[in-house]
Write a protein that binds this ligand. Structure first.
Ligand code: SAM
Length: 286
C-alpha cells in the first residue's frame, strides 16, 4: 500500500495560483513538490505518483527514448502516458540526463525533487566489467552534475539503485561528492510503496521485462552548502593572506578591527583553542 498522508495546507500550483488544497504524500514525494523524473521506462513510476496525488501538474516525466521508441519498447506506455497527460503532467522525450540542464524545456525550471530510478547505461557487457561499470558511473555522474544545478532551495536528488555486487561498486556517494552533493539519507526502496510501478530493463532484447530488484536503496542528496565545503577543506589547503592573519594575531597593527572583534576572538579561542587556520579563515571572510 502506498503511504499517503493527507494534510490540509496552502499550496502554490504550477501556474502560481494559491489554492487551499489537500497535500498528499507518496512515500518521499508530496503533491506540493515540483518533481522531475528522468530515465523513465514505461512511465509507470510517474503515473504511480500522479495517481497518489490525484493530479500531476507538479510532475515533469521524461525519457531518453523518443515517443516512438517508448511506444515500441513498452506495451503499457501508451495508456500510462495518456493517463499522465490527463492528470496534467508535462511529458518530455529525448531528455539526456547528462546534459539536461541545457534542455529547452528544463533550463529555466527548478525542482524540489529530481528522481532517477535505476540508472543504467544499457547492456554493454558483463556488469562486473570495469569498462561497463565506468559507463554506468559516467551516466550517474553526468546526471548528478546536471541535477545539482536544477534544484530549488531545500531540493533533493534521489537515485534508486541496487545494493548487491557489482552494483555497489558504482559508489554513487563518491560520484555525488564529486558533483558537490551531500548524502543526507539512504533508505531501503520497496516497490510496493509505489502501486502500479513496473521497473523495466529499458534496453537489450527485452526492454519491457522487469529486472530482479533484490535489495535496493534510495539515495537522497542535497547540494553541499558553502559552510560544509569550508569544513571539508584540509587546513593546510587554505591559502592564507599575511595581512589578514595580522588582524587576528597582532592587535597593534590591526587597530579598531581587533578591538571590535576582541570578545569574539576570545570566545573562539576558548572554543577552538589557539586560532588555527580555519579560525583565521573564518575571520578573513567576515
Ligand atoms: C534500467 S532502466 C530503468 C527505467 C526506469 N527508470 C525504471 O525504473 O523502470 C534505465 C533507464 O535509463 C535510461 N537512460 C540511459 N541513459 C540515459 C541518459 N543519458 N539520460 C536519461 N536516461 C537514460 C534508459 O533509457 C532506461 O530507460
Amino acid at each position: 500500500m502506498a503511504e499517503i498522508v493527507r494534510t490540509h495546507e496552502r499550496r502554490t500550483s504550477v501556474n502560481g495560483n494559491d489554492e487551499l488544497g489537500e497535500v498528499k504524500w507518496a512515500k518521499h514525494y508530496s503533491s506540493n513538490h515540483q518533481i522531475l523524473l528522468v530515465g523513465e521506462g514505461d512511465f509507470s513510476f510517474s503515473l504511480s505518483l500522479a495517481t497518489s496525488f490525484g493530479f500531476a501538474s507538479n510532475i515533469v516525466a521524461s525519457s531518453l527514448d523518443s515517443y516512438d521508441v517508448v511506444m515500441k519498447k513498452y506495451k503499457r506506455a501508451k495508456t500510462n502516458l495518456e493517463m499522465l497527460c490527463n492528470f496534467g503532467a508535462q511529458i518530455l522525450h529525448g531528455v539526456d540526463s547528462t546534459i539536461m540542464k541545457l534542455h529547452t524545456d528544463l533550463r529555466m525550471r527548478k525542482f524540489d525533487r529530481i528522481v532517477y530510478n535505476f540508472p543504467h547505461a544499457g547492456f554493454l557487457g558483463k556488469e562486473s566489467d570495469d569498462l561497463v561499470i565506468m559507463k554506468h558511473r559516467n551516466l550517474v555522474r553526468g546526471f548528478l552534475r546536471n541535477a545539482s544545478g536544477m534544484l530549488r532551495p531545500n531540493g533533493e536528488i534521489h537515485v534508486t539503485h541496487k545494493a548487491a555486487r557489482p552494483f555497489d561498486s558504482w559508489n554513487i556517494e563518491e560520484l555525488a561528492t564529486q558533483s558537490g552533493l551531500t548524502l543526507i539519507q539512504c533508505v531501503e526502496f520497496k516497490i510496493e510503496d509505489y502501486p502500479g510501478y513496473n521497473n523495466k530493463r529499458g534496453a537489450g532484447r527485452n526492454p519491457d521485462r522487469a529486472f530482479p530488484l533484490g535489495e535496493c536503496n534510495t539515495f537522497k542528496f542535497i547540494v553541499t552548502s558553502k559552510t560544509m565545503n569550508l569544513m571539508r577543506q584540509k587546513p593546510q589547503e587554505i591559502p592564507l593572506q599575511r595581512a589578514n592573519e595580522e588582524i587576528v594575531m597582532n592587535p597593534l597593527q590591526s587597530g579598531d578591527c581587533f578591538w571590535i572583534f576582541k570578545e569574539y576572538f576570545n570566545h573562539a579561542r576558548s572554543t577552538f583553542g589557539e586560532p588555527d587556520y580555519f579560525f583565521r579563515m573564518m575571520f578573513r571572510t567576515c
